[in-house]
Design a protein around this ligand. Sequence first.
Ligand code: M6R
Length: 363
Amino acid sequence: EKGNYRHFMEKEIHDQPEGCQRTIAAYVDTLTGRTDISGGIDFAGLSRIQIVACGTSYIAGLMGKYLIEQFADLPVDVEIASEFRYRHPALRPDGLVVAMSQSGETADTLAALRYCQGKGMKSAAVVNATESTMAREVDVVWPIHCGPEIGVASTKAFTAQVAVLTALAIAAARARGKIDAAEEQRMVRLLLEAPRLVAESIKLEDAVRAVAQEVSKARDVLYLGRGPMYPLALEGALKLKEISYIHAEGYAAGELKHGPIALVDEQTPIVILAPFDSYFEKSASNMNEVMARGGQVVFITDADGERHAPSGARVVVTAPRCDPLVAPLVYAPPIQLLAYHVAVLKGADVDQPRNLAKSVTVE
Ligand code: M6R
């Protein structure tokens, strides 16, 4: 049921605070303030994690790499399942394969998962559909608990996947002795705060709708970010392409000079995702480079970033202040809403974009 919303996608974007709350509640013990990851995976004994996925689930997996490597010092490889399954990857049985999939039925992801199992690896699946083939075939199921997702463009499943991976990063960090109990509790508290911040971030909808007016006229859009904002830049570009049919590319902001800056002109909106964190200064300098070439910058930052930003951004969207641990969750709604409102302005069929299926069960 869409309720008062025009599209499932719009509803699912707005469902995210509640969705993530359910996800987080399933992976932390609110009484002790500790993470609670079932399945008996011994994170301390693992040599590495191999994530396999497609589309938005792949991007969530990439975010997981940033989180798990930073906090748990555990090597994580993330690969697009359709490449992975055919290229004879070098695998060792002491690794854990994690299939990420909203549907649990994506053909390439399933094949990649089975390939790893065939090499003797333990397996886990981060899925929404707990009755799915992947859920049935793995050693451990980590459900994302966000409720059914109907819109072809994935939104609430993405934030729920990222929430699971954040909890997993904290649990792995603790198991591997990288953080003590007090630090674990501090991080868990931050995670428990995330749904409220996601709700705050959704309130940026009016500001984002105004940006959408401009973006809807563009032929190409660039999304840039550093650190965990890089996967989010990829996700922003994927969302826009899928439902508005505007060509968009997500890039690591540091790659700007290595090619994409050639695309920058007065007609190209450049969305820069840059919370006021340790990457900020570098992202701000990329913003200057883009503006010097006439690029129209849409700067998504927080109040501190807004104060320290070079002047001249076409529009600034001011997200709630948050700890870097939860920034991937807090900065997701503005890019989803941007794609959504651009698509609506263009009169596109938001929930059923052309040529796309919700679940890709053929390779
Ligand atoms: O069900 P899955 O998560 O395995 O699906 C993977 C992709 O097909 C999916 O994320 C796709 O990219 C979405 N349309 C993105 O919005």
